[in-house]
Ligand binder design. Structure first.
Ligand code: FAD
Length: 395
């Protein structure tokens, strides 16, 4: 079988779907084909994520991309609704609150100052105010908090379903298949081939393959360091309906949690917790290591909020971060191969900025350059050039 499209997007996660949707919103009328090998998304990071959305970064363009994205998050459920389905991404702007103790206060203060310079809306919170915000939280060791009031969280699966439905409704086509070859001639992309032998001719291919983006790049003969890295989450049910809603609350040791509100009246009140293990070995590991709940997550949570000691129904799962050496995205065309646009390497922060990423891809496809944001620092060849980004605000 052979096909032709103006744009092939490899990967139908939030990044690929947002790109397809933005292209149509921006008036692109050419054929868009999104190739996704698993429409059930069992291993897609978009399906397994925590849904945190924050603008607390030290890099101005990252802050701008999240701020742009927040404008869509606020109206996502109405904007991405279709005649048959309205998504329930449910962006809850309850803030992202980092707690500082003696060990972390100086780093957090420095980071706070850098975030302000970068344009982030963020403020310091004194302990008295923290006590009012989080009445049953143990704050004896806490010196202050750093709060992003416009930040919050959304339901990742609903974001994914919403973007995909919106892209399809606007005319982007989705094909189930695995891209196993990228064709090129004289330094320019000519198309892709799928595992079942299908050939798709296209002048532009977008690499939105998430944690598999490095592997996809290698099919085009390019070495772009995006590695899969396991990240684990746990969900648990609260002992009773909690009298207030948690923001995304980050304990000084790194364990963090947010509310997972009941979606039906009378449904269980839950939390989702995360804790990045920076000693994790890269690889496609989806094993949930239940020991980490007892040893790391639970003690940190109960130390901070003793009333959470009898949570129930604990369930853990793992997904993949798409890590780059500087924990920042790979975004834009590769100078060594015309027609190949990268939109990956978000290193665990790709959902929150997926609206802005879609806009960037749309501009590169339609205009050949990014207009809304200056994403030059994210260029795919920065690793070869040795020009890495330093941002202290990755967790
Ligand atoms: C546990 C966890 C928690 C996270 N928490 C947050 C958070 O709080 N906030 C946040 O912003 N981000 C978070 N992230 C990161 C976020 O989920 C990702 O950055 C984002 O989902 C990336 O979207 P994507 O579309 O690029 O990748 P994916 O959702 O992984 O989609 C890529 C798709 O490409 C497909 N694919 C790959 N190779 C091929 C091929 N050769 N042919 C066809 N299809 C292919 C895959 O099947 C996959 O569906 C988290 C991630 C994990 C794992």
């Amino acid at each position: 079988m052979s096909e032709r499209a103006e744009v092939v997007i490899v990967g139908g996660g939030v990044v690929g779907c947002s790109a397809a949707w933005h292209l149509r919103q921006d008036g692109f009328s050419g054929r868009i084909l999104v190739i996704e090998r698993d429409p059930s998304y069992q291993r897609a990071s978009s399906f397994l994520a925590m849904g945190g959305i924050r603008q607390q970064f030290c890099t101005p363009v990252t802050v701008q991309m999240v701020q742009f994205s927040v404008e869509l998050w606020k109206k996502f459920d109405t904007t991405l609704g279709t005649p048959t389905r309205r998504p329930r991404a449910w962006f809850r702007q309850r803030g992202y609150l980092f707690l500082a103790n003696g060990a972390t206060a100086s780093a957090l203060t420095k980071r706070f100052n850098e975030e302000k310079v970068a344009g982030a809306k963020v403020r310091m919170v004194a302990v008295d105010e923290l006590r009012r915000m989080l009445p049953d939280t143990m704050l004896d060791d806490i010196l202050f908090g750093v709060l992003g009031e416009d930040d919050g969280y959304a339901n990742p699966r609903e974001v994914l379903a919403g973007f995909r439905a919106g892209a399809e409704l606007s005319g982007a086509e989705f094909m189930t298949g695995e891209v196993t070859a990228i064709d090129q001639r004289a330094g320019a992309i000519t198309g892709v081939r799928l595992a079942d032998g299908t050939r798709i001719a296209a002048p532009i291919v977008v690499n939105a393959a998430g944690a598999w983006a490095g592997r996809l790049a290698s099919l085009a003969g390019l070495n772009v360091p995006v590695e899969p890295l396991r990240q684990m989450l746990f969900r648990c049910t609260l002992p009773r309906p909690w009298p207030y809603r948690f923001p995304m609350l980050i304990d000084p040791g790194g364990v963090h949690w947010r509310h997972d509100d009941a979606t039906e009246p009378g449904g269980a009140d839950k939390l989702i917790l995360a804790f990045t293990n920076w000693g994790e070995k890269p690889g496609e590991n989806f094993t949930a290591d239940d020991d980490r709940w007892k040893k790391e997550f639970y003690p940190a949570m109960v130390n901070r909020v003793p009333d959470l000691h009898d949570v129930t129904d604990v369930h853990g799962w793992a997904g993949l971060y798409e890590m780059t050496p500087d924990h920042n995205p790979v975004l834009g065309p590769h100078p060594g191969l015309s027609g190949l646009i990268f939109a990956n390497g978000f290193s665990g922060h790709g959902l929150m900025m997926s609206p802005a990423t879609g806009k960037v891809v749309s501009e590169f496809v339609r205009l050949g350059r990014s207009v809304t944001f200056d994403v030059g620092i994210f260029a795919p060849d920065r690793f070869e050039r040795g020009v890495l980004i330093h941002d202290a605000a990755t967790i």
